[in-house]
Design a binder for this molecule. Structure first.
Ligand code: DGL
Length: 281
C-alpha cells in the first residue's frame, strides 16, 4: 500500500469516543450533529463507573486501557468525552496513542465558559477528582487570567444521570443542595455555570429552573465538536465527502440492556441492547 492510499484508508476509520459511562453520549450527540459524515465508535466503561471518586492512578490506568481497546479497533482519533479522564490523564493518553490525535473536553469547555461570561465570575460543577486536580480552573485562568473561578464537586449528579433521573423534585433538591450557597444572597455570584462533567447536561433543565434565566449554563459538547473538526482537518483525517459514513458503534464494559435504556436519554434517540457490544478491558 502506498503512503497516500494508507492515508486515504485512515480517513475512513471511525473516531473513537470514550467515557466512564453514558455521559459521553452527550458529547457524541454534538459530534455526530457537527460531523454527520464521520463514523464513530463509542466506549463506556460502565463496569468501573464512576471515575470521579477514584484516585488519579486508577483513572489513568482505566483510561489507558479503554484507549488501548479503541486503538486496537482502529480509530483514527480519540475524543476523551470524560472530563475526569481529560483532567487527569490527557497527556498520558496523548503520549500512549501518538500519532493518533487525542482530544479532551476540558479545554473546549473552558473556551465555552470564557465566551459566555461577562463578569469573569464562573462556577464549575464537576466530579471530585476533576475539582481536586484543578485542570478546569487552570484552563479558564489561562484564557482569562482575572477570572474568579469556584469549583464544586457534585458526585450525586453522576448517580442521578446514570439512573436516568434527569428532572423532577429529587433532582431539583440535589441541585439546591449543591448550588444554593453559590448563587443565592447579595454577594456578586457567578454569571456562568460550567457543566464540567459530561454526565451533567442531561440535568440542565432542572439546573436552569433552580438558577433562573440570568445564569449562562454551558458545557463542552459543541466546542469539542468544533475542536474535533479542526483536529481532523489539520491531520488530514477528515472522511472524504464522496464516501459518507454516519455509523455509530457502541461498546460498554457492562450490561448492554442498562446502557441502551439509559444511553438513549443521553443520545437523544432510543437504543436497543442489540446495538451495544459488551467488551472486557
Ligand atoms: N462523565 C464523567 C466526567 O465527565 C464523570 C462520571 C464519573 O464519575 O465517572 O467527568
Amino acid at each position: 500500500m502506498t503512503v497516500k492510499s494508507a492515508r486515504d484508508a485512515r480517513t475512513l476509520a471511525p473516531v473513537g469516543v470514550f467515557d466512564s459511562g453514558v455521559g459521553g453520549l452527550t458529547v457524541l450527540r454534538a459530534l455526530t450533529a457537527a460531523l454527520p459524515d464521520e463514523d464513530f465508535l463509542y466506549l463506556g466503561d460502565t463496569a468501573r463507573l464512576p471515575y470521579g471518586t477514584k484516585s488519579p492512578e486508577s483513572i489513568r490506568r482505566y483510561a489507558l486501557q479503554a484507549a488501548a481497546l479503541l486503538r486496537e479497533r482502529g480509530v483514527k482519533c480519540l475524543v476523551v468525552a470524560c472530563t475526569t479522564a481529560s483532567a487527569v490523564a490527557l497527556d498520558d493518553l496523548a503520549a500512549e496513542l501518538a500519532p493518533v490525535p487525542v482530544l479532551g473536553v476540558v479545554e473546549p469547555g473552558a473556551a465555552a465558559a470564557c465566551v459566555a461570561t461577562r463578569s469573569g465570575n464562573i462556577a464549575v460543577v464537576a466530579t471530585e477528582s476533576t475539582v481536586r486536580g484543578g485542570a478546569y480552573q487552570a484552563a479558564i485562568r489561562r484564557r482569562r487570567p482575572q477570572a474568579q473561578v469556584t469549583a464544586r464537586a457534585c458526585p450525586l449528579f453522576v448517580a442521578l444521570a446514570e439512573e436516568g433521573w434527569t428532572d423532577g423534585p429529587v433532582v431539583e433538591a440535589v441541585v439546591h443542595r449543591y448550588l444554593d450557597d453559590l448563587f443565592a444572597g447579595d454577594a456578586p455570584h457567578p454569571d456562568t455555570l460550567v457543566l464540567g462533567c459530561t454526565h451533567f447536561p442531561v440535568l440542565s433543565a432542572a439546573i436552569r429552573r433552580v438558577l433562573g434565566a440570568q445564569v449562562a449554563i454551558v458545557d463542552s459538547a459543541e466546542t469539542t465538536a468544533a475542536a474535533l473538526a479542526v483536529v481532523l482537518d489539520q491531520a488530514g483525517l477528515r472522511r472524504p465527502a464522496d464516501q459518507p459514513g454516519g455509523r455509530i458503534g457502541l461498546l460498554a464494559t457492562d450490561s448492554a440492556e442498562r446502557f441502551a435504556r439509559v444511553g438513549g436519554i443521553f443520545l437523544g434517540r432510543p437504543l436497543q441492547p442489540a446495538d451495544v457490544e459488551v467488551v472486557d478491558l
